[in-house]
Design a protein around this ligand. Structure first.
Ligand code: ATP
Length: 513
């Protein structure tokens, strides 16, 4: 199946099976805002739990907080968001569509990469086992030519971004002949900066209402609480504070379903460290976070690091963890070495000292910070895209199966009475009444067993149990596995033990080592 088709199918599957709905659906939706349905919310909560527990339970020196969306407006002045949280935008005059200039250029760089990779793949096929990829990449004239074009473009782009050179960005778009995907023309406007923060007012105008912002990231709530937590929790550096919460960005170009939303959720952890140790901790957190992703079993070839071309005003090192979505490798998580920028700024703007007294060194300093920041919704999308599969069965039928990691699946076990009579429904309910304290179960009695299996496959339920007449005699049921479709006769009293170990977040955490 073509990758674009996979994406389209995932989007409609999300709606059809109660994972994600457009917000305000009966009013024709609201741009780039989405609601999670009955299955989506379960999957989302499981992702959040997997993250939260891997941070807070697995690390003695990481604790959580839950700070508010509304914060003192000076916080956003101090953090630099009021002045610098901008995207460079460009419009196509013919289609009247708006794009992020940096994204257009990044896509162009990705096209060169694809071309080079295709050349290499072709040669690999031609030469077979004797193929030496490194040698080919460094000697093939075609590959060298494309690599040079790519590297030159990359260097020009990096310079324009770092110099905030909007005209330079536009010139790159013109020189590369980048066209609007809708109109196909090169009729571009100037590039302009656009601030992404939403504003609202607090208090009535009579009282002198003040402008406040909906937070564009959860991190600042951690920075301004850092000393409260450090003191009350008697935390010693190095230590971390984790938080999950909503963030808001007035994204102008938001066309990829839940990949880029205006209201979304972040899971952020700020790790406070001694100045000078930041690059070591940066490397450690890169490895820890990559292991967390790969632990889901989607294959290491689907992940890569992408170091930032333009460092944000606060960072001295930054990388993204990218996942191979149907529309290419895309950022799911950012890991940033934020120096002491944020804490230093809050000290300056609040006029209060927030230095840490280090008892080992007998001196005070402003800690440095490593941040790991992941979007719940992007993680959700990557999991859906990877898990969605259409399988050809031996009998010629196709089945849609969501191969979710069992620990993340919304429903863990579905229980079906074979028929609606003879006491089978009551027996099925008895099983659920026992198991519902351990994991999420669902009762289904409508349609044939085959159809019920298909419905559960489509929402990723790893186990189904069928109660039949034999169950009433010997307390055994048919246990059916989602992935293999294998069926086994098992005793009801063994079900909990067989399933529970496979479906809890703990089972995932244990694999993390
Ligand atoms: P992008 O370059 O894609 O705009 P970003 O680099 O601005 O993302 P960060 O500020 O580093 O993103 O935010 C951390 C994480 O929050 C991202 O890795 C992503 O998973 C998530 N995120 C950021 N913006 C959005 C959005 N508009 N919708 C959904 N998730 C988002």
């Amino acid at each position: 199946m073509a990758q674009e088709d996979v994406f389209k199918k995932v989007v409609s599957h999300c709606k059809e099976y109660g994972f994600v709905f457009p917000s305000s659906d009966i009013y024709d939706g609201l741009g780039a805002v989405y609601d999670y349905g009955q299955n989506g919310v379960e999957l989302k909560n499981n992702i959040k739990q997997y993250w939260w527990q891997s941070m807070v339970l697995m690390h003695e020196n990481i604790v959580g907080i839950d700070s508010c969306i509304f914060m003192h407006p000076t916080i956003w002045k101090a953090s630099g968001h009021v002045d610098a949280f901008n995207d460079p935008l460009i419009d196509n005059k013919d289609s009247k569509k708006r794009y992020r200039a940096d994204v257009l250029i990044e896509d162009q760089i990705a096209k060169y990469d694809e071309k080079i990779d295709k050349e290499v793949a072709k040669a690999k096929k031609r030469f077979g086992d004797a193929f030496n990829e490194e040698q080919y990449r460094s000697t093939s004239p075609r590959v060298l030519e494309e690599t040079k074009k790519r590297d030159d473009l990359h260097a020009r782009f990096q310079k324009a971004m770092n110099d905030n050179d909007l005209e330079g960005l536009r010139q790159i778009i013109i020189d590369e002949g980048i066209v609007c995907p809708i109109s196909g023309t090169r009729n571009w406007t100037e590039v302009r900066q656009f601030n992404l923060m939403f504003k609202t007012e607090m208090g009535s105008t009579a009282d002198g209402a003040s402008t406040i912002y909906l937070r564009p990231e959860t991190a600042q709530g951690i920075f301004v609480n850092y000393l409260n937590v450090q003191k009350t929790g008697r935390m010693k550096i190095p230590f971390g504070i984790a938080q999950i919460g909503k963030a808001f960005r007035n994204e102008i170009v938001a066309r990829q379903f839940i990949f880029r939303m205006r209201e979304f959720e972040q899971m952020e952890m700020q790790f406070f460290i001694k100045p000078g140790t930041e690059l070591d901790w940066f490397a450690k957190w890169k490895a820890t976070r990559m292991a967390w992703h790969q632990n889901l079993g989607f294959g290491s070839e689907n992940y890569r690091f992408h170091d930032h071309d333009k460092l944000a005003h606060y960072a001295n090192a930054a990388t993204d963890i990218e996942f191979k979505m149907p529309f290419g490798f895309k950022e799911v998580e950012g890991i940033h070495s934020r120096t002491n920028f944020d804490l230093g700024q809050h000290e300056k703007f609040s006029g209060k000292s927030i230095k840490y007294f280090d008892p080992d060194l007998n001196e005070s300093y402003t800690p440095y910070v490593i941040e790991t920041s992941i979007g719940v919704d992007r993680m959700f999308l990557s999991i859906m895209c990877h898990s969605y599969q259409e399988e050809q069965l031996e009998n010629g039928e196709t089945r849609v199966v969501l191969r979710l990691p069992a620990a993340l699946a919304p429903i863990k076990l579905a229980v079906f009475p074979l028929t609606k009579k003879d006491g089978l429904p009551e027996k099925a309910r008895e099983i659920i009444d026992e198991l519902k304290f351990h994991f999420n179960c669902q009762y289904e009695e409508k349609d044939t067993i085959g159809k019920r299996y298909r419905r559960q496959d489509a929402i990723g339920t790893p186990y189904c149990v069928t109660v039949d007449h034999q169950t009433l005699e010997d307390n055994t049921v048919t246990l059916r596995y989602r992935d293999t479709m294998e069926q086994k006769r098992v005793n009801i009293c063994d079900l909990c033990g067989m399933i529970e170990n496979e479906v809890t977040i703990t089972s995932l955490l244990k694999k993390l080592k």
